[in-house]
Design a protein around this ligand. Structure first.
Ligand code: SF4
Length: 495
């Protein structure tokens, strides 16, 4: 297991800590093989379109905490996408049982030219006090940006001083965009700050409490875990500062996406002995069964789990069989973040679709728990077979368009909104599901199968769109190999 050092203010980025990469073309099994043999090599790009930013991912871990407030320490533009989380909070709050969702408290120090020259410590200190006075937040999170990192503001020092004066945790999160090519490093930065400042040593272990590290998915675990005599402790969206503090008292930690939560799970296990489930999340029948059985083993609920699985099979397998017959042989392409992308591949394959290709935003050869059994891509390939055209591509849309133009799948399944438009423009029926719990377990297969049928049957809109859309990419680019601008790719080979 990789040691997590909570004494340090900052967490190492994924490319250093885990050996993660953002460039690869080949098959999924080749990628798994390279990772297992320690031969995973980053293939840099000689041309790149814009990327995501760690700041946004770090913000994702803290903005949805009910009684927290967030300060982006930087130019106001660095927080320009944070409103999306506020919107998500309101829309999805109802699916998480929030009857009266509180307003999100998001601020920016709005660094300008003057602070960039003379330093931003004072404006940060003033902003923390102002935010505390205005919001009464139980914790204030500071997410750093390229500007505050480059000018070398003493964010940790300012936070310490403010914390001692105000009496609430002031949590610095070091997530400057330039730190890492892998924006999911921002998740780790957010959880590092949370683990250092908010998680308290256990007062009394709660043998029925299970930590669930997730995004904003619908609350399905109250019912599912309830059948096992367990309770979910959702982390960190929609939780409170106090709930987070008690996460050390849980009997186990599970993640719906290891790309998101592996750092939190590993920190809880290392610091407080809360065991983490080290198998893939429950997407597809094989991993659903494995996941529930592992949960049963860890919580002493083996018998209850077998009853639950039998009930789920009886209820959903007949419809899953019908959906398989209807979807058999349809060709799909998946574009998503790493671990959830692997889960989506499993869901599609379980439903009988052929996943010929995938464009996945990065690859972690291992997670922070160091367990090979948690390797979601390895598990998907083992359970469902290879994905022949698997690329690791950090949202390089020009690469995705090239691949889609070659493959022309029957379905594009995307996890991120910006990617769906390319399916539409090419006339490919495209499905985007924001709720990460939608595909979980046996019911999730029915959910997805029915939505996919809907999308395939109602393709008139994308067909029309394709007739009128202007493709910004030239025929020259569409004729190149998709890896042309990757190190060792076709462009380099030709010269
Ligand atoms: S932190 Fe850096 S990469 Fe991120 S939005 Fe700001 S300037 Fe851009």
């Amino acid at each position: 297991m990789n040691a997590i050092n909570l004494k340090a203010n900052e967490v190492q980025v994924r490319e250093v800590r885990l050996g993660s990469i953002t460039g690869f073309t080949g098959s999924a099994s080749e990628l798994v093989g390279c990772a297992r043999r320690g031969r995973l090599e980053e293939r840099g790009r000689s041309f790149s379109q814009c990327l995501g930013c760690s700041t946004s991912n770090a913000a994702c871990t803290v903005i949805l905490i009910q009684d927290g407030a967030v300060i982006s320490h930087g130019p106001v533009g660095c927080s320009s996408c944070f409103h999306e989380f506020a919107f998500t909070y309101l829309v999805n709050g109802v699916h998480r049982g929030l009857t009266d969702p509180s307003q999100r408290r998001i601020f920016s120090t709005n660094l300008g030219e003057r602070e960039t020259v003379y330093g931003g410590n004072q404006i940060l200190a003033d902003t923390i006090r102002e935010v505390h006075a205005r919001t009464g937040a139980k914790a204030i999170f500071i997410v750093t940006t390229c500007a505050s990192g480059i000018i070398g503001d003493d964010v940790a020092g300012v936070a310490e001083e403010a914390e001692s004066q105000l009496g609430v945790p002031i949590v610095p999160i070091f997530c400057e965009g330039f730190r890492s090519r892998i924006w999911t490093s921002g998740f780790d930065a957010g959880y590092h700050g949370i683990a250092r400042k908010l998680i308290k040593p256990p007062v009394k272990k709660q043998p029925d409490l299970v930590n669930i590290v997730n995004f904003w998915g619908t609350d399905i675990f109250t019912e599912l875990l309830g059948r096992l005599g367990l309770r979910p402790n959702y982390l960190t969206p929609y939780s409170t500062v106090e709930q987070i503090g008690h996460s050390s008292e849980a009997i186990a930690t599970v993640q719906i996406c290891a790309t998101l939560g592996s750092y939190y799970g590993a920190a809880l296990e290392q610091e407080y002995g809360v065991p983490e489930i080290k198998v893939s999340a429950p997407y597809g029948i094989a991993q659903t069964d494995a996941w529930f059985r592992e949960l049963g083993r860890m919580t002493g609920k083996e018998a209850e789990v077998e009853v639950l699985l039998a009930q789920e099979r009886e209820r959903y397998l007949p419809r899953i069989g019908e959906l398989r017959a209807l979807l058999k042989g349809k060709r799909a392409h998946v574009t998503a973040g790493a671990s959830h992308g692997h889960a989506l591949i499993a869901v599609l394959r379980e439903l009988g679709l052929v996943v010929g290709g995938a464009s996945i935003f990065h690859h972690d050869p291992l997670y922070d728990n160091g367990a090979e059994s948690a390797d979601a891509l390895q598990n998907t390939v083992r359970d469902y077979g290879d994905v022949p055209r698997y690329s690791v591509c950090n949202k390089q849309e020009y690469e995705v368009v090239n691949v889609l133009n070659r493959e022309r799948p029957d379905l594009l399944l995307a996890r991120h909104g910006g990617m769906t438009l390319w399916g539409g423009k090419l006339g490919i029926p495209t499905l985007l599901i924001g709720d990460e719990h939608f595909g979980m377990g046996y019911k999730g297969l029915v959910n997805y199968g029915e939505r996919i049928l809907d999308v395939l049957e109602n393709d008139e809109f994308v067909k029309n769109l394709a007739r009128h859309a202007i493709n910004p990419y030239t025929s020259w680019w569409l004729e190149q190999e998709p890896d042309a601008f990757l190190k060792g790719g076709s462009d380099e080979r030709a010269h």
